[in-house]
Design a protein around this ligand. Structure first.
Ligand code: NI
Length: 166
């Protein structure tokens, strides 16, 4: 397991447009493994390569609740979005401790390549749709903070465990 250093809001690397991947090398395979390790370690549901300082069009997502549901998207391209939208709190590992309301499509369809450079289509609804949109924007140097409706809030502090037990 190898963790990479997460880049934070204000780091110019997060504002750059990433380059497409043309070949999956061993270096890219270990980058993807490290991205999953880094994302899970930080309790995130998505991470884009520029967030660990690599300007390549690679995203990892896992919005699974009970069971893991890992996805690797190489050169992702959103090809369909629903008219129906969802508005809710969103956060980012590059903007720790904050969240804000963002409107996203309820459903999206994304075309991407897997680690064998086979093309596939992933359909996502709800949180997965939100994560796909959020992560794809990282690849174009955009952070969700520019889309927040209202104020960027501080995350609530974790309640004591006994307080949750009623
Ligand atoms: Ni993010």
């Amino acid at each position: 397991m190898a963790l990479r250093k997460i880049r934070y809001w204000g780091d110019p690397v997060l504002t750059k447009v990433c380059r497409p991947v043309d070949k999956v090398t061993d270096k890219i395979r270990s980058l993807v493994e490290d991205m999953f390790d880094t994302m899970y370690d930080a309790f995130g549901v998505g991470l884009a390569a520029p967030q660990v300082g690599v300007l390549k069009r690679i995203v990892v997502i896992d919005t699974g609740l009970e069971e893991p549901d890992p996805h690797v998207l190489i050169n992702p391209e959103i090809i369909e979005t629903s008219e129906e939208t969802q508005t809710g709190p969103e956060g980012c590992l590059s903007v720790p401790g904050k969240n804000g309301d963002v409107t996203r499509p309820m459903r999206v369809k994304v075309k991407a390549y897997d680690l064998d450079m086979n093309e596939f289509i992933l359909e996502g609804a709800g949180l997965l749709a939100r994560a796909i949109c959020h992560e794809c924007e990282h690849l174009d140097g955009k952070l969700y903070v520019s889309k927040v409706e209202g104020e960027l809030r501080d995350n609530p502090t974790e309640p004591e465990e006994e307080e949750e037990e009623i």
